[in-house]
Design a binder for this molecule. Structure first.
Ligand code: 8IG
Length: 277
């Protein structure tokens, strides 16, 4: 797939991938999808043993991811009777793929039955008092990429509306549930940027002025696509660095090492959450 938005056949391609997923896993419908971003990979272990695991690229329309720390593997896990699809790694827009490719996994999962979409990422922290290694619930976002995954022909009404409402994009119900499980969790606004370069100090000051607490290069398009199709979205960032000008200069290696250190705590949080969904 190419182009910046959603070509006319994107939903059919996702439906094909959903059918292929059911066949490959032997699971007719999944209930929850968990997308694990940079460094959340080891958190997957705490969700339990996969009944089936395979490269995402085996399904129609999926690419092999390229960034270090991003796997590109799908696992099907039975968590106390809930069928959980875990995606290790995701496709990023900065790799040069169209947004239809970026959200293909989420659309496939929703068409495979997932009514709940859990998105995780690593992000820069720019909120007051945010510290490295801290998980933050995404309460809202600023899509500063200038693009939407919904650009394209009017979708079939069964898929979703032409002009979807984004008021409760990050489900207040799911956020309340997460905070009940983990009262130390704070909430923040995530600024979605195109990347792949990190921000300049002036851009960070701009983002703070705009009300952002977190900054990253993923999640916003997936969240919009999932909500568009009627799924309930929960999203969480792991703060792996303080944004430019607020701490030391940035290095992807440092980001990955923070993620590794925090993985156990993140995994336990996710495992407790999924059991409550
Ligand atoms: I991890 O500081 C991670 N991803 N744009 N800025 C942007 N993306 C990020 C950052 C950051 N940290």
């Amino acid at each position: 797939m190419s182009g910046t938005g959603t070509p006319p056949d994107a939903y059919e391609r996702a439906a094909e991938a959903a059918a292929a997923l059911a066949e490959r896993t032997g699971v007719e419908r999944h209930d929850v999808v968990v997308v694990l971003g940079s460094g959340w990979r080891t958190a997957a272990e705490q969700l339990g043993e996969a009944s089936c695991a395979f490269p995402a690229a085996d399904l129609p329309g999926f690419h092999a991811p390229t960034v270090e720390g991003h796997g590109g593997e799908l696992r099907s896990i039975d968590v106390d009777g809930r069928r959980v699809l875990v995606a290790l790694g995701r496709v990023h827009a900065y790799e040069g793929h169209g947004l239809a490719d970026v959200v293909h996994g989420v659309r496939t999962a929703v068409l495979a039955g997932c009514r709940t979409v859990v998105l995780t990422n690593a992000a820069g922290g720019l909120g007051e008092g945010m510290s490295i290694g801290q998980p933050v619930l995404i309460a809202d976002h600023l899509n500063l990429t200038g693009r939407s995954p919904l650009t394209g022909p009017t979708p079939d009404a069964a898929i979703g509306p032409r002009f979807p409402d984004m008021t409760d994009l990050y489900s207040a119900r799911l956020r309340a549930m997460a905070r009940e499980l983990e009262p130390t969790l704070v909430e923040g606004v995530y600024a979605g940027m195109n990347g792949p370069q990190y921000e300049t100090p002036a851009e960070i000051r701009m983002l703070q002025t705009l009300g952002a607490d977190l900054v990253g290069m993923s999640t916003v398009h997936e969240a919009v696509a999932a909500h568009h199709m009627g799924a309930e979205v929960l999203a969480m960032s792991l703060v792996t660095n303080l944004a430019a000008g607020l701490g030391d200069s940035l290095d992807h290696e440092d980001v990955l090492s923070v993620a590794v250190t925090s993985a156990d705590a993140m995994g336990s949080l996710l495992a407790r959450l999924v059991r409550r969904l």
